[in-house]
Write a protein that binds this ligand. Structure first.
Ligand code: CMP
Length: 238
């Protein structure tokens, strides 16, 4: 009880555990993480809420502490293209801060989500002060470009089955946990979100996933996706 009292009385900014898993801060020593935690503001968003909107002027960077964030763009008829789904330790909102242009996409909470918000000037100061952060950020952006290339290839060259397969592999790489050669993704996005990632209909996603299950490639248990044959699927759909 005594320790509980001490822990609950600590200001939020002192809890820096989540920053250890943030890819762009991976090279930094503990005392610098403490400074960064103090720079930022923690904020919670409920499932479905919009965190930032396409075409707004960007003034902050967001780090996901827990939860999942959907990155998407809408067309004029309201149809949605899902560009990516990001999880704990990942960063978003960096593009506007780096190039000074408007937000390139809308980011919304796919599940209840908590983020650390760092404002533009503080973030740019961090980049100047700790060159390692810039290098880690470049690495992160290179990985994002690889994934985007995979998606472009899939959307332009593959049939619906190939596109759904590609989306499942991207999800596994982004959010999955490897366990004995299988990849488990807890709480997969809705079939409509999967369809919006694969550029197809919800019905097609449902049909293709049933086919993959019959082929023994995946297993779906409620919202949990188990990729039974990860390496094989990667070969088939990368
Ligand atoms: P920004 O343009 O400031 O606001 C929207 C954010 O969505 C953007 O920064 C990136 O952080 C993120 N984003 C945009 N496109 C992608 C993508 N293809 N993959 C992952 N994240 C993206």
């Amino acid at each position: 009880l005594y320790f509980q009292k001490i822990i609950s009385s600590l200001p939020m900014g002192n809890d820096i555990n989540f920053l250890r898993n943030v890819s762009i801060f991976e090279e930094l020593p503990e005392r610098d993480l403490e400074k960064i935690a103090k720079l930022g503001t923690r904020k919670k968003f409920s499932k479905g809420n919009i965190i930032l909107m396409e075409d707004e002027i960007g003034s902050a960077l967001f780090i996901i502490i827990n939860g999942k964030v959907k990155v998407s763009r809408l067309d004029e008829t309201g149809r949605e293209a899902v560009l990516s789904i990001l999880g704990p330790g990942e960063v978003f909102g960096e593009m506007s801060l780096l190039d000074g242009m408007k937000r390139s996409a809308t980011c919304s909470a796919l599940t209840d989500t908590e983020v650390l918000i760092i404002y533009r000037d503080d973030f740019l100061n961090l980049l100047h002060k700790y060159p390692q952060i810039s290098i880690s950020l470049l690495k992160e952006l290179a990985q994002r470009l690889r994934k985007a290339n995979m998606q472009i290839k899939s959307l332009s060259l593959k049939d619906a089955e190939g596109r759904v397969g590609c989306v499942l592999i991207l999800l596994a790489d982004e959010l999955g946990k490897m366990y004995k050669g299988q990849v488990i993704v807890e709480e997969i996005p809705t079939q409509q979100d999967l369809a919006n990632m694969a550029g197809t209909s919800r019905e097609t996603v449902s049909r293709v996933m049933t086919k993959f299950e019959k082929q023994g490639l995946i297993k779906v248990e409620g919202r949990k996706l188990i990729i039974l044959e990860y390496e094989k699927m990667k070969q088939m759909f990368k």
